[in-house]
Design a protein around this ligand. Structure first.
Ligand SMILES: [Zn+2]
Length: 227
């Protein structure tokens, strides 16, 4: 039932999420409960627009809130051999893990005006937890680099805090391409001695991190640019 999801904007908890307590808005059975209900709803309204969906949830009394938004001390846990039951302390309000206002998150401020390749949006919408990364650590990258065939024509220097990979051409004084990777896996590219502009599509696409691209992919793309 879609109506049984947590009503907090952007929260994915639903009633079947294992182990997560989720509670319906308290019924206004007396004055104290009515006040609690209004305050609770007020917290959700702070970050959720009163759209048609939300109005329907309220109308049919299907506004649920999951335990992620309540302080641990507001949740009482009863365990028996058969089950665990979680109960919310009277008057507890959802104030934790609340999102920014929905209309703010829909329009990110610092979005470049140009169109960004699809792969970029899929990277940025995945959470960093679920997405697999190409390299976890700087030393892993250094290790893997040594066996890369695509780097045959490149030279490299390893420093304690960074790695510099260069492709040099004899007729030019400056290296044709230079990739500098720091020990937090951020990368910077120079082409004939000049840094790429900060909003270069390669940077936008991979968020300037070697976690989002393999070294051989990056080298291949750079070589295609500098032909
Ligand atoms: Zn929630």
């Amino acid at each position: 039932m879609p109506g049984e999801n947590c009503a907090v904007f952007g929260c994915g908890s639903c009633r079947r999420t294992k182990g997560i307590g989720i509670w319906k808005l308290p019924l206004a059975k007396d004055e104290a409960h009515e006040k609690w209900r209004e305050e609770w709803l007020g917290e959700i309204k702070k970050t959720r627009e009163m759209d048609w969906n939300f109005r329907e949830l309220i109308k049919y009394d299907r506004v649920y809130t999951c335990e992620k938004h309540f302080a641990p001390e507001d949740i009482e846990i009863f365990t028996s051999a058969k089950m665990t039951k979680k109960k919310l302390r009277f008057g507890a309000l959802p104030t934790l893990n609340m999102p920014k206002k929905s209309h703010e998150t829909e329009k990110p401020a610092a979005r470049p005006a140009r169109s960004v390749p699809l792969s970029d949006s899929s990277i940025s919408t995945c959470s960093s937890r679920s997405r697999s990364v190409y390299y976890k650590t700087f030393s892993e990258l250094c290790q893997k680099m040594k066996s890369l065939k695509s780097l045959n024509e490149w030279s490299y220097k390893t420093f304690s805090d960074r790695l510099v990979i260069r492709k040099e051409l004899e007729q030019f004084l400056l290296p044709k391409l230079e990739i500098c990777i720091d020990n937090s896996l951020g990368f910077t590219v120079k082409m004939f001695g000049s840094f790429l502009v900060d909003d270069h599509e390669l940077y936008l696409k991979y968020h300037r991190s070697m976690q989002n691209v393999t070294l051989s992919m990056l080298v291949k793309e750079l070589e295609a640019y500098s032909l």
